[in-house]
Design a binder for this molecule. Structure first.
Ligand SMILES: C[C@@H](Nc1nc2c(c3cc(-c4cn[nH]c4)ccc13)C(=O)N=C/C2=C\CC1CC1)C(C)(C)C
Length: 321
């Protein structure tokens, strides 16, 4: 059967002795399930192995009754539609196919054996500049791809940045993404509606994770592509400082620090990184650096953008000196 096809075919002889091809959808029984890898708010991600091909996957299991009761159907559809739009980039976790049984929905996905970037960071306490540069570059390359495909992630944070077997980045958890409407022009070319920072669309109810949420999401409730770049600034800061820039005793105090831009750099924070973070943690979304400018920033000197970024081995993660 075609690689990763949701439907496999089987040749059989029917009751009249005629050869027949039956197409069967993969199901739970086609997998050996392993350890629980992560728990989402209404889902569990398990390791699983395809019994026939032996290939390892991560399978996200969603309880249908719970989703309906918690009114999360919208998020499940957004995650599936987003993953189906982001299928050809090494930095996005790949959705191969879905199936369901009477109780659950199943998303069959890339297995990221390197786990969460946050876990690695906590073990290292902080990354040195070379490691921070490498991971920031792969995350930015992936953000650029998502934005070009009309997707705003809206909840970027180290927990949602996973690592594959080569310790390369795989961004995940798209249930709260914003999908800009897709348009086909008269020549059949796909374009996406203008970024919501230009259009005054209705306020959305969703707010990301406190430490990484952008000021515009807190004040006028609208996320835009630049909101992902605010979170990106927080991630660079955290890779080098070992903690996020805005963290207080409770969420409300964290929000106050964000809208008041109350943060400072620890002693020894590298100068180039400091300059970049300062140009990303800007209250006015339109005044934040654009992706093109970020890629040309001194902090990324030496990074070769494009495919080679994903074929170079990840730098050795040296424990904190
Ligand atoms: C962030 C997420 N955690 C995780 N989500 C995924 C993992 C994953 C793997 C490990 C891991 C692997 N080895 N050791 C730890 C730890 C956490 C994981 C994976 O391999 N493949 C797809 C995943 C998610 C796909 C989802 C977009 C549909 C939460 C906490 C929400 C469950």
């Amino acid at each position: 059967q075609e690689r990763g096809a949701a439907v496999t075919t089987r040749r059989e002889i029917d009751a009249d002795g005629r050869p027949v091809v039956r197409s069967i959808k993969k199901g739970v029984k086609d997998f050996n399930f392993g350890q629980t890898l992560g728990e989402g708010s209404y889902s569990t991600v398990l390791a699983a192995q395809d019994k026939i091909t032996g290939k390892d996957y991560a399978i996200k299991v969603l309880d249908k009754r719970h989703i309906i009761k918690e009114k999360k159907v919208k998020y499940v559809n957004i995650e599936r539609d987003t993953l189906n739009r982001l299928t050809d980039h090494p930095g996005v976790v790949r959705l191969y196919y879905t199936f369901q049984d009477e109780r659950s929905l199943y998303f069959v996905l890339d297995l990221c054996t390197g786990g969460e970037l946050l876990g690695t960071l906590k073990r290292m306490s902080t990354f040195d500049e070379e490691c921070a540069r490498f991971y920031a570059a792969q995350i930015l390359d992936t953000i650029e791809y998502m934005h070009n495909r009309g997707v705003i992630h809206r909840d970027l944070k180290p927990e949602n940045v996973l690592l594959d077997e080569n310790k390369h980045v795989k961004i995940t958890d798209f249930g709260t993404a914003k999908l800009l409407a897709e348009r086909k022009d008269q020549n059949g070319y796909t374009s996406f509606e203008r970024d919501s920072s230009e259009s005054s669309e209705r306020a959305s109810s969703f707010v990301g994770t406190a430490e990484y949420v952008s000021p515009e999401l807190l004040t006028d409730k609208n996320a835009c592509k630049a909101s992902d770049l605010w979170a990106f600034g927080c991630i660079i800061y955290q890779l080098l400082a070992g903690r996020p820039p805005f963290k207080a005793g409770n969420e409300y105090q964290t929000f106050q620090k964000i809208v008041g831009l109350q943060y400072e750099f620890p002693r020894g924070f590298p100068e180039a990184a400091k300059d970049l973070v300062e140009r990303l943690l800007v209250l006015e979304p339109q005044r934040r650096l654009t992706i093109e400018h970020i890629k040309n920033h001194e902090f990324f000197d030496g990074i070769k953008w494009g495919k080679s970024l994903w074929s170079t081995p990840a730098p050795k993660l040296r424990p904190f000196m």
